[in-house]
Ligand binder design. Structure first.
Ligand code: UT7
Length: 352
């Protein structure tokens, strides 16, 4: 029995925000963002469009690509750290709005590694023979984390560009994080197949919570009563905190370790990978991982320049674009890898 990806789709919001638009509302520049991260633009949702809505667009497209009817799907896994509601998760939101049967829906977090963990779970559900057709979604919207003052219309070219010195200073205080992130979703259908050469060959997942402060949201948690307060909002405690350099270092060491481990488990040389699809957090990280593993750039595609970091969305969006571009041929060995808040990280090996 193999778990095979039979279709994929993406949900990308329409508002395109080039680096230059961010430079209108804070002290940053196209040059700084490109040089440090490789990002040229990102997409922003409009208010009212959440990770569930983007995920639904991606899911509908994935079902169509797979040629699978809604009533044939028997489980959903929705990976997001930015659900529409605190609870319930996006699973039942999507299930009802898409008109899926009353099947189980799993809501998982794992942030930037969310889609990787979701793939592993889908494979496990199929291998256990509990489910045969699993819809897997990775979707995140980061714009609600960004408490910009008078910034939204300006960034998407609707406003007059007026930002007061106080607003500009406030926006600048968050620039090290906000410029990196965008909104986006991807989805795949994973199906049980007998006697198919394609399918997942294995995965290695890891967690290390010894320094969650490296990348976390300090406020709006259930240690406090109520779980979010005016004081927390005023102090900016609902905005993610990131030790950029520390996370960078973890990413360029842990992801290669995971890729080596999953290849060793399968008895495969790293050099024989045809494609390595890495979480899109920073082009320098992607290049660093490729170099560490001795893989040439053509085997390590990226699209961070167009979307920024969409957290759980990056891997399915990248996978889908590679399929669209004809970069994934039958028989190819594809490796997925990710690292993010938790820390959670890992790699999965797939025969296309
Ligand atoms: O997906 C989740 C996982 N997250 C990651 O993988 C992120 C990993 N880390 C990174 O990608 C990089 O560390 C960053 C892109 C976040 C930062 O790059 P860096 O080369 O580590 O820059 P830095 O934090 O050392 O900042 C260098 C300078 C600072 O100024 P001083 O102190 O040298 O005067 C910052 O204040 O750049 C300044 N800076 C900015 N300048 C213009 C920080 N953000 C900006 C900005 N525009 N947006």
């Amino acid at each position: 029995m193999k778990s095979v990806i039979t279709g994929s789709g993406i949900g990308i919001p329409k508002n395109v925000v080039p680096n230059a638009m961010l430079a209108k509302i804070m002290d940053t520049s196209d040059e700084w963002i490109r040089t440090r991260s490789g990002i040229e633009q990102r997409h922003y949702v409009d208010p009212g469009q959440g990770s569930a809505e983007l995920g639904m667009i991606a899911a509908e497209a994935a079902l169509a690509a797979a040629g699978v009817a809604k009533d044939a799907i028997d489980a959903v896994i929705f990976a997001t750290m930015t659900p529409n509601y605190f609870f319930p998760g996006n699973g039942p939101v999507l299930q009802a709005r898409m008109g899926l049967p009353n099947i189980p829906t799993f809501d998982i977090r794992q942030q930037c590694s969310g889609f990787l963990y979701a793939l592993d779970l889908a494979d496990s559900l199929i291998q256990s023979r509990k489910h045969r057709r699993v819809l897997v979604i990775g979707s995140d919207v980061h714009t609600p984390f960004m408490p910009w003052q008078n910034g939204w219309d300006v960034t998407i070219g609707r406003g007059d560009g007026t930002v007061t010195p106080e607003q500009y200073a406030h926006n600048t205080s968050l620039r090290d994080r906000t410029v990196l992130f965008g909104d986006g979703a991807g989805a795949v259908v994973v199906e049980a197949r007998e006697g198919d050469a394609r399918g997942f060959l294995g995965s290695r997942l890891f967690s290390d919570g010894s320094n969650i402060e490296a990348l976390y949201v300090p406020g709006a948690g259930f240690r406090d009563r109520p779980f979010v307060t005016h004081e927390q909002l005023d102090a900016g405690l609902t905005v993610p905190v990131m030790e950029g350099k520390a996370v960078f270092k973890e990413a360029v060491t842990r992801m290669p370790e995971a890729v080596r481990a999953v290849c060793a488990d399968a008895g495969i040389e790293v050099a024989s990978l045809d494609l390595l699809l890495i979480h899109q957090a920073n082009l320098r990280i992607i290049e660093g991982v490729a170099k560490n593993l001795g893989l040439p750039p053509e085997k390590v595609p990226h699209n961070i320049e167009r979307y920024g970091n969409t957290t759980a969305g990056t891997l399915p969006i990248l996978y889908h674009e590679c399929v669209q571009q004809g970069r994934i041929a039958d028989g190819m060995l594809v490796c997925f890898a990710a690292l993010g808040s938790g820390l959670h990280w890992g790699a999965a090996l797939y025969r296309a």
